[in-house]
Design a protein around this ligand. Sequence first.
Ligand code: ADP
Ligand code: MG
Length: 402
Amino acid sequence: MSDGHPQDLSVEAQGAAARAAALRTRLNASGPAQLVRAPGRVNLIGEHTDYNEGLVLPAAIDREVWMAFEPWDRPEVELTSVDFGEPLSFSFEGLSPETRGAKRWIDYVAATAWAMRDAGLPIRGFRGVMDSNIPIGSGLSSSAALEMASSWALAVPGAPRPDAGKMAAIAQRGENKYVGVNCGIMDQFASAAGVAGHALLIDCRVNQFKAAPMPAGLSLVVCETGSLRKLEASAYNTRRSECELGVKLIAEREPGVKALRDVDEAMLERNLSRLPEVVARRCEHIVREDARVMETVSALASGDLDELGQLFAASHASLRDLYEVSSPELDAMVEIAVAVPGVVGSRMTGAGFGGCTVSLVKHGSEEALRDAVLAQYQKKTGLQPRVYIVAAVDGAGPIHDQ
Ligand code: ADP
Ligand code: MG
């Protein structure tokens, strides 16, 4: 394809039909196989706000987990990941966080099965094969995509399916309790509820969303820093407790404050001097980041590119200086991006300490950004970057191609 549409630039553009056929061949099913897909996600803005009952603005992206499977009568799942080769399996009998054995990738599927059953949803066993073009462990939510694809494969056809927000909460609970990862709800929600051409304004207090159209003429570019996120889990938990302490101290003077979501600028100002210095900075980030999410939704709607650039810059600076979850590699990547003509805004995305940046780029400037990153990033950091030009796609579900 060469009609100039930005999606044509996708690094690993792969025909859907070819992908489905390859999975079916690999599955070697006795009858017609079923197919489900679930996208990864990139967060445009609203970082670390989800566990503060705040606002986030992710988009589901055309980097996806695909699963081909045939249901069977056994209460068990046997699944092969093309990335890992050997099939893994688990049984529904005795499935619980207490009896989980050594860590395996199929835990994400078992976690979803456990959480669905625990929520009263019927599940069925299957034999399947999956592939994924979501980079693993880069912050584009390969784990949530695996969970949401699993939720579709496990579901009993005809049984009532909870809406995307509820299904996301179920999968999140599985990842929290069964896998043991203390994530917020954004990743599962974005993968479940994505709307093509739109970002999703998710209110993590009530688990509801509104689709926010991306302006025509802008592309989303994700740059992977290639740096390890090894500090992430412990720092993430520390940040969560710092926010909780902030809520506790502010609530002593401000009745009705249950989460940082309830704190506005004026309330924050009144209380800043009562907070330990570090906690004050964490709270400042969250309160202003929530406001920036709403401002970004307005700027996307009106196509105000200057405003978008400023909001992205302010978010990155706040994550770097106040919340302290950026890294030299993320900062270097953003610095390279914002110097490229046609780049409207660029910031770290995801929990931080490595992973990816997200950039809003005018159509036609995607390759200039890719070239600048490939030419400069490795010299600055010694690490190999990857650049993904992505499009906002629909959320997880069955693929009907036969
Ligand atoms: P991410 O930011 O990509 O979600 P996580 O550490 O949360 O990173 O999740 C990555 C984990 O999800 C992997 O270690 C693996 O267990 C599972 N996973 C992701 N993609 C695949 C895949 N293609 N095949 C098997 N397991 C996968
Ligand atoms: Mg994950």
